[in-house]
Design a protein around this ligand. Sequence first.
Ligand SMILES: Nc1ncnc2c1ncn2[C@@H]1O[C@H](COP(=O)(O)OP(=O)(O)OP(=O)(O)O)[C@@H](O)[C@H]1O
Ligand SMILES: [Mg+2]
Length: 404
Amino acid sequence: MFTKWGIPNNICDNYPIGRDNLNQFVGHSEKIKFLSDLLSNKAVVILEGEIGVGKTSLGNVVRHSKKGFFTPLLEIPCKSHWDNDVFMAIILAAIVKEIMRKESPHRALKKYKIVKEIHTVFSDVKLINLGISGAGFGISKGESLSRAALINQSLLLDYMFRIGRLLKENYRKEAPIIIQLDNLDMGYGFKEEDLMRFFNEIRDTLQNPFFSWIICGNANLGPFLKTNVPRVGQLIQHVAVVEPLPFKEIIAAFRLRIKKANMKGELPLERDLLKLIYDLSNGSFREILNIVYQLLIKYYNEPLVKTITADHARFFFYDAGQAKMESLKRVKSQFTVFKAILDHPGIIQQDLVKVLNIQQPNLSRITKQLETSGYIQIKKRSRSNYYYPDIKLYLGFKGSGLGR
Ligand SMILES: Nc1ncnc2c1ncn2[C@@H]1O[C@H](COP(=O)(O)OP(=O)(O)OP(=O)(O)O)[C@@H](O)[C@H]1O
Ligand SMILES: [Mg+2]
């Protein structure tokens, strides 16, 4: 598909970096060293940052790049309705799965009484999908989650300690087990009260002496927990704010993806266009990957297009966004506000009030509607709101005049 450019088809994959592709990670080297040292003793650390900047990837790199940490393959994508029993069951399942991977399922079950015990109990309540090889140890979503409730709570607690001790004695004398909790995103999946409930629920588990925790969530998770869930806040050793990668590291990351695929091409985007996408994305690598992918898909089989330029982007996203713009034009108040944001990407609330000469409550109502229907993004930073147009609409319609 993209081979005409000498780049791999999966150049824009947006999965977090994990154990199998650690070498595609770029930057953050001091943070990695710092966090890795911190987690060598029992610790709770928060990785917070804007959507798509690379929190999950950074956590994975920290956990997996130091030999001697024991940590399950995947991060745990937390759900707001979990109670502590479900939480413990899922962590135990992840750990047992990892032990079985390291030792082979057969050996692990034979060698460790506790692994066998957990495996048996979890199988009984069908919390484990045994699979043919036994390696398919996993919890399927939905229904099986409630099955954790069928396991006696004190049993789960006992398992958490015994598995902790086992790993300390067998794998790594010093370092705790590292578990990464993911998706603790305020406003996405977790309302404020969900976060408070969830963390109060799992508080005792966080204190288990054998475990260290990396907790990933969107901006402000750390301060939020410190203020609103003080007894959990006290347990937090460090809040790391994950900053967006600088532009040159984004370029380096694309190059690395090409190199690791043993290909020789270059990302066929004009540098200025890529920079524009970067600026508009606020450093969300996920968003950049998404936009670049759409452009590549659009132009890969047009033989005349060697390099994708801002004009190509405008042409494509103008067409793609027309219906959306037409329907916006029918709501005059929203259209006016959108136009102003399109002219001033990143404008702060107070300035927008001035530009439009509009009352703040009215503006808030309209921007909320625009955000919900995907015309703009609102970023909260240091108590102010910043408004950004949707990147695709910006690329398609900026400078088009828009009409009235
Ligand atoms: N330092 C990095 N080097 C190379 N690629 C990266 C880096 N950080 C993130 N990426 C890539 O960017 C994309 C988004 O990363 P990731 O999922 O870790 O972000 P996130 O902040 O956890 O996102 P979300 O807010 O959606 O949870 C992934 O495709 C990942 O591979
Ligand atoms: Mg993530």
